[in-house]
Design a protein around this ligand. Structure first.
Ligand code: MLC
Ligand code: AMP
Length: 497
């Protein structure tokens, strides 16, 4: 049996999940996921790494389906619940999903596609348990999950992790941040990325803690939850991206002093508050310290590796730094020849360890190119070590943008823009933004007059809203170097001026 289920059995009577006002014990999650395993299996004995794409809101049902896929020997492919159809279709087709599972509210979006492609389609609530099954023995070397991440290729790539990878990603954090069965955590992050899936849900469920779901982020609801935890004297933990802390601070500042005081007192009772997925501005860290009494623990991670670097749980957390390697994670900084850099020199972060993913789905060349000959994963992030702690300086590729904690490929947006009839050429960059980290900006050379509002709507129908440019400029030509390549750093100045 996979370790996560062994762990759950140890805490069978404890509350694992609070979702839509209902409480579920670990035994409930184990039993209901086993029932759903039999639905997934039908007459089969083992899904044998068949991909199961599932579009299920952040809830008990999400965990039930995820665990059932693993129990049935399948590969979990979580779909973003807010992506437009073309993005969903891309993931379903790229993974070659054999089954699609949806909550009823998403049925209309995906049923036509499933019918057209002949993919088995299961709507939650309509399924019937077919038979009683015994649990399969699943090797930890088997593929467990595929998450899509943007990179320096124009289309997102599927990052494949095995059960052994996931167990390593979970156990390093459990050890470093001392997750405990007495912990309660609020899940507000999307569940198609590692931050929400591993750090929030899986680590907490690994130790017998309680995950409460808030299907979408709303500052007042988060603050209400903080107060509820304080009233119940629960050991609260909270994890989010910097943009969420920015939005919480903005909301906090709009409250009257008495409310602020009550909230601050509640937050002080928390055990831990963490920030990650994008650089935490020192200004947000300092403001949050005033609001909550917490020095945020900043850590660094990536879809391909889970978490790699972390400020200490005990000890001083330094603003602007991401700390040191987590247990069992090897990290080095190298120059362009993959040679370790001298002390206090900047270099690319490379990572090795059981936490590192196994492959990009069906992209052997991209997989090979992302590792050195001696097996280090090349992150593309540049850092320096100062007084023993890593500081992220940026990324080696200007084409990767981080906005609201989401990784975005400038090239992917350019490809889509170029398919618009009026766009002759274009170039996309990320420009600094206090709230979002970066926002997407597009310079366009157009052949006819373009209504930018219409163009924006056209983009929204084709890609997730966070990838749609927030700023446009129509230009006569794009700045280029002697080789004819667009000089994106010059382009960024268009919006700075
Ligand atoms: C949304 N909006 C944006 C935007 N995203 N504007 C600028 N830039 C962006 N990136 C706009 C919308 O168009 C809308 O405006 C308004 O903001 C509200 O949209 P929303 O989608 O409802 O936003 P909200 O719910 O407030 O979402 C913000 C957020 C979300 C921060 C909660 O972006 C989020 O959950 N981010 C987390 C992503 C994450 O989990 N990343 C981890 C990846 S793993 P209008 O005008 O249309 O109404 C990883 C590894 C690691 O990175 O280390 O963890
Ligand atoms: P993703 O591919 O969505 O998993 O995003 C991973 C990327 O997020 C990393 O390669 C970094 O560029 C960025 N990232 C994650 N955590 C941090 C952090 N604490 N500071 C700066 N960048 C971060």
């Amino acid at each position: 049996m996979l370790q996560i289920f062994h762990q759950a059995q140890k805490h069978s009577t404890r509350t694992a999940i609070i979702s839509n006002g209902e409480h579920y014990t670990y035994q409930n999650v184990l039993d209901e996921s086993t029932d759903f395993t039999s639905v997934l299996l039908g007459n089969a004995f083992d899904l044998a790494e068949g991909r199961v794409a599932f579009m299920v809101e952040s809830s008990f049902e999400y965990v039930k389906v995820q665990w059932a896929i693993w129990k049935a020997g399948g590969v979990a492919v979580p779909l973003c619940t807010t992506h437009p159809l073309p993005s969903l279709q891309y993931v379903i087709e790229d993974t070659g999903a054999e089954i699609i599972v949806v909550s009823p509210q998403f049925e209309d979006i995906l049923r036509p596609l499933a019918q057209e492609k002949g993919i088995r389609f299961i709507v939650l609530g309509e399924e019937t348990k077919t038979r009683t099954i015994g649990l399969l023995e699943i090797s930890t070397e088997r593929r467990a999950m595929i998450l899509y991440t943007s990179g320096t290729t124009n289309l997102p790539k599927g990052v494949v992790t095995t059960h052994a990878n996931l167990e390593a990603q979970i156990s390093t954090l459990v050890e470093a941040w001392e997750y405990a069965s007495t912990d309660a955590i609020l899940c507000i992050l999307p569940l198609h990325h590692v931050h929400g899936i591993i750090n929030v849900i899986s680590c907490t469920l690994w130790v017998g803690g309680c995950v409460e779901f808030l299907p979408e982020f709303a500052p007042q609801k988060v603050f209400n939850w903080f107060q509820k935890m304080a009233q119940l004297s629960v050991s609260g933990i909270f994890m989010a991206v910097p943009t969420i802390y920015f939005k919480l601070i903005a909301h906090f500042e709009s409250l009257v002093v008495e409310e602020q005081q009550a909230l601050s007192n509640a937050m002080k009772t928390f055990r831990l508050m963490v920030s990650g997925s994008a650089a935490l501005p020192v200004s947000i860290m300092e403001k949050w310290q005033k609001v909550s009494g917490h020095t945020l623990l900043e850590r660094y991670g990536m879809t391909e590796i889970g978490m790699a670097l972390s400020n200490p749980y005990h000890g001083q957390r330094r603003a602007g730094f991401v700390g040191v390697p987590l247990p069992n994670v090897l990290v080095r900084l190298v120059d362009e020849q993959n040679k370790q850099v001298e002390k206090e020199q900047a270099g690319e972060i490379q990572v090795k360890g059981p936490n590192v993913f196994s492959e990009y789905w069906y992209r052997p060349q991209a997989t090979q190119e992302s590792f050195t000959e001696d097996g280090w994963f090349k992150t593309g992030d540049v850092a320096i070590i100062e007084e023993g702690s890593y500081k992220i300086l940026g990324r080696s590729s200007v084409d990767i943008i981080k906005s609201g904690g989401y990784k975005i490929s400038a090239l992917e947006i350019e490809e889509v823009l170029r398919t618009h009839l009026a766009v002759k050429d274009c170039s996309v960059v990320g420009i600094p933004n206090e709230e979002w980290g970066e926002t997407v900006a597009a310079a366009l050379i157009t052949s006819t007059t373009v209504d930018l509002t219409e163009l924006n709507q056209w983009m929204r129908e084709r890609m997730p809203s966070y990838r749609v440019p927030r700023h446009y400029k129509i230009v006569e030509e794009l700045p280029r170097n002697a080789m004819g390549k667009v000089t994106k750093n010059d382009l960024k100045k268009l919006w700075n001026s």
